[in-house]
Design a protein around this ligand. Structure first.
Ligand SMILES: *Cc1c(COP(=O)(O)O)cnc(C)c1O
Length: 479
């Protein structure tokens, strides 16, 4: 059919656009070999944008601890900083100053006694590497000075996030993980003491254990190590993995027993800015109590306004926008703002926990109490029930409605039992909570009339729920 040409110029454009569109409709994007030809920007952009729809919707990703909401202002700050390299302290001195202010504010938040030192990282994983390395170097210097062997360092922790498994493997440190028992979900001081010796470089309690969100008792661990020092003379430092808790406890659990630099034994702390620090993805933090807790040999110097600035990081080039946005969040929200936002998340977590309890088959492991852990709800199936489904099946069923609610095993004695968890974050509103609860009720009703003959297991759930992989990978993905 002939095209009508009442306005030749615009129709030329349109015809061109139709041609491009039709081409794009019948040819897939290059996938394996590096393409020879260039393509039109707009259709390429649109094809890619449409392909990404299959990623699903981050608001329904209740598996991740990371932020899935950012304000308009943060989006603009990120765009403004898109060309800034954080390492170029000399070129972008104001960004360097902003990073310094953030460290200073966290030192205040976590009660550093004097001049704490610290830096931004790409996340808590890099922060854990740096905190762990500093501990290893301090231990080594100390042992060398005493003429003792330095070939068998170990670290002691509870059921940790995979970044500590990585730290231990990458830097040749033996990981001594105090696994869970049915009565003990967190590392107890007693079982920690059984693991430590003169080669222990550091003990790492977690403020917000990845599996269940509960806070390990840093003060109790610290006191146990104080007594050990009195008895045996061993002085073992603590690094706190406060990936989530570092930006929750100060605002929402003011009466929590000291867990931060108020305890002299705590030499370093990491936290994820992009989790409850509310910054966009790509920023974590690590702080040392005092500059002498960060061995000079690990520090590199970059030029900065003709002078020099000490840096400690694994990456060189890094985006600056996340650090700038973190500062924006700090000054925009203040303590009151963080308390209000996270308070709403705890309230929504508690609501979901109550409603889940009413359904009958679930036993709550974490019901969102701010004094005990992070805003998460964790449950398992009560043992006395024959239900026609397990939690992997439920997770699978919820995926039909777009929800990512992972099911996974714990560690130790609980390595064969399934648990399920949602992270309640800033953009998980009461409205969303009700929608999720309705979908859980509907799923249970569905399983009543269609009981599962052969349930999914932890590994099979992997193919249907990419966040519920085998245990080790799953810890990683949940980060
Ligand atoms: C998320 C998490 C990590 C890893 O943090 P990233 O910022 O994702 O690198 C480490 N430890 C704990 C306890 C976590 O929850």
């Amino acid at each position: 059919m002939a095209l009508h040409r009442s306005n030749p110029r615009s129709n030329d454009l349109e015809e061109h656009a139709i041609g491009e569109t039709v081409d794009a409709l019948v040819s897939p994007l290059p996938r394996t070999t590096f393409p020879q030809e260039y393509r039109p920007a707009l259709t390429t952009f649109n094809l890619l944008k449409e392909e990404l729809l299959l990623d699903g919707n981050s608001k329904q990703n209740l598996a991740t601890f990371c932020q899935t909401y950012e304000s308009q202002q943060v989006a603009e700050l990120m765009a403004l900083a898109v060309d800034k390299n954080l390492i170029d302290k000399d070129e972008y001195p104001q960004t360097a100053e902003i990073e310094r202010r953030c460290v200073s504010m966290m030192a205040d938040l976590w009660h550093a006694p004097g001049e704490a030192v610290g830096c931004s990282t790409i996340g808590s994983s890099e922060a854990a590497m740096l905190g762990g390395l500093a501990a290893k170097w301090r231990w080594r210097e100390h042992r060398k000075a005493a003429g003792q062997s330095i070939d068998r360092p170990n670290m002691v922790c509870g059921s940790v996030q995979i970044c500590w498994t990585k730290f231990a493997r990458y830097w040749d440190v033996e990981l001594r993980e105090v696994e869970m028992t049915s009565g003990e979900l967190c590392m107890s001081p007693e079982r920690m003491l059984e693991q430590v010796d003169e080669n222990t470089i550091v003990v790492v309690p977690t403020l917000g254990v990845t599996y269940h969100g509960l806070y390990e008792d840093v003060q109790a661990v610290s006191q146990a190590l104080d007594e050990l020092q009195q008895r045996k003379g061993l002085d073992i430092p603590i690094h706190v993995d406060a990936a989530s808790g570092g930006f929750l406890a100060p605002f929402c659990a003011p009466d929590l027993a000291p867990w931060d630099f108020r305890l002299p034994r705590v030499k370093s702390i990491n936290s994820s800015g992009h989790k409850f620090g509310l910054a966009p993805l790509g920023v974590g933090w690590v702080l040392w109590r005092e500059s002498r807790d960060l061995p000079e040999g690990l520090v590199f110097h970059v030029s900065y306004l003709g002078g020099d600035m000490p840096t400690f990081q694994i990456n060189f080039s890094r985006p600056a926008g996340q650090v700038i946005s973190q500062y924006y969040d700090f000054v925009r929200l203040g303590r009151d703002g963080y308390q209000a936002i996270h308070g709403a998340s705890y309230a929504n977590a508690q609501y979901v926990a109550q409603e889940l309890k009413k359904l009958g088959p679930f036993e709550l492991i974490n019901d969102g109490n701010p004094a005990g852990g992070i805003p998460t709800v964790v449950w398992t199936l009560r043992a006395d029930q024959e239900l026609g489904f397990n939690l992997y099946d439920l997770s699978d069923r919820l995926r039909l409605r777009g929800w990512q609610v992972p099911a996974y095993p714990f560690t130790g004695e609980l390595a064969h039992q399934a648990f399920q968890r949602i992270l309640v974050k800033r953009d998980f509103s009461r409205e969303m909570a009700d929608l999720l609860l309705t979908d859980i009720r509907n799923a249970i009703t569905h399983f009543e009339s269609h009981p599962v003959k052969i349930s999914l297991n932890a590994n099979e759930a992997a193919s249907t729920n990419h966040l519920g992989r085998s245990m080790v990978e799953c810890r990683d993905a949940h980060g």
